[in-house]
Design a binder for this molecule. Structure first.
Ligand code: HEM
Length: 138
């Protein structure tokens, strides 16, 4: 069975996560706490599904070399490496942010969420950008 299709599934999950994150942010800025909570938990669940699919993909397909040449190569690697480093950091950040929200520790939640939100958005967007560059642009 070919597992290549999972790269598209992964990009779609990243994009879905981004939509939930932006929606959750919009809700809290409008004071809608329940909707904020629901959207952020959906973003968290989508990221969990992404992680499972990502691990299966890399176990079965391995790593795919970037084919681009010239100036696009350093651009690709800067995006890829920053994406990987921040993707590792966002996992514990997201867990702690959700736990603080869940337990009602909103002041602490807010402090961390101000970092978690932009980092998570960056990781989701660059996940899609890396996918497009690797499979569709070159
Ligand atoms: C990892 C997922 C989450 C992220 C990224 C996130 C992000 C944010 C952000 C950016 C803010 C606004 C901070 C500001 O005004 O500067 C916020 C506030 C808030 N969040 Fe979350 N959130 C998450 C999960 C949750 C959960 C699960 C709850 C559960 C109840 C929650 C409840 C709240 C509440 C009540 C506020 C308002 C705090 C206040 O203004 O006093 N959040 N969150």
């Amino acid at each position: 069975m070919g597992y290549e299709f999972l790269s598209t599934v992964n990009a779609a999950l990243n994009l879905t996560c981004l939509a939930f994150l932006l929606n959750g942010y919009r809700h809290i800025k409008a004071g809608r706490r329940d909707e904020h909570k629901r959207s952020m938990l959906l973003a968290f669940g989508t990221s969990g599904l992404f992680l499972i699919s990502y691990l299966i993909y890399h176990a079965k397909v391995g790593s795919v070399p970037f084919q681009g040449v010239g100036w696009i190569r350093p651009v690709y690697f800067v995006i890829l490496i920053s994406h990987i480093i921040l993707a590792a950091i966002i996992v514990p950040m997201a867990v702690v942010t959700v736990l603080r929200g869940w337990k009602g520790k909103f002041e602490l939640h807010k402090k961390l969420a101000r970092w978690t939100f932009p980092v998570w958005v960056y990781v989701s967007v660059t996940g899609v950008v890396v996918y497009l560059m690797l499979y569709h642009l070159v």
